[in-house]
Design a protein around this ligand. Sequence first.
Ligand SMILES: [Ca+2]
Ligand SMILES: [Ca+2]
Length: 306
Amino acid sequence: MGNITFEPMFDSRVRSYTVEFRNADGTVLQTGTQLYGSAIVYEGSTPVKEQDDRYTYTFIGWTLNGGTEVLSTLPAVSGEMIFTAAFEAVERTFTVTWKNCDGSTLETDTNVAYGATPSYDSDTPTKAADEFYTYVFAGWEPELAPVTADVTYTAKFDALVRSFTITLDPQNGTVDPTTLTVNAGTPIGELPVPTRQGGWVFLGWYLEPALTAFDAGQSTRVTAETVFSGNTTIYAHWRLPGDVNGDGKVNMTDVTLLSTYVKARGSGVNIVPCSSDVSGDGKVNMTDVTLLATFVKARGNGVVIH
Ligand SMILES: [Ca+2]
Ligand SMILES: [Ca+2]
């Protein structure tokens, strides 16, 4: 038996190690074995992390073997090495757009933080009145909520039926009530009948205050069917039967004027037509002259004129 010589055994091979790159979610991006002490190079594409509702993510480097330090340079191989992509979370911002109901933009808020409460800081939205309605701002559609995405809010409006005040001017008479309220687009309905002392007969309600305009047939009668489009004063028109000259009294002057008028067959003589047909037969003639004379002489007693 010879001597057994134990030669010291040295592993002359340089050991190699697994070097792996992983994304933040654990996905393996690059893996391989490298010799101890060799340089490590990542040859894959830059790791990405999808944005979520609140953040976007920017790759900032690698951490090693579960550490938290983001390496400024990759070290040489010193053992099993797992590099994990590190990201910086950047809070997203959003655009809040405020629109009027006609689609015009009232305000645009950019760089609004996630979760911020939307804030409209411009003039209160308005919507022009139309023939029938006025509009009052009534908030936003959809309901305001913390910002989690780009969002557009649109102004809402409540429609209010327009109404107008109609003032009744009885013009020397009396009337109750003295005002009426009417909705836009709706006929005014029955009007109160005014009264006036002294034998005056109510003719109707008119838009014009002047009797002369009425007498010339140029006035506009207001009836139950009349529709108003604004606050309006309407005027009672009256006639005094027999007051041919329109001075507010019935006397011989009227009889004389009416007689002259009839004899001249109306030419060149001005009378108040609606007060001159005292017989009420639709014509102005000598019958009216005679009746009016009788009325004046009797001081109205027992004689009826129209
Ligand atoms: Ca008169
Ligand atoms: Ca007559």
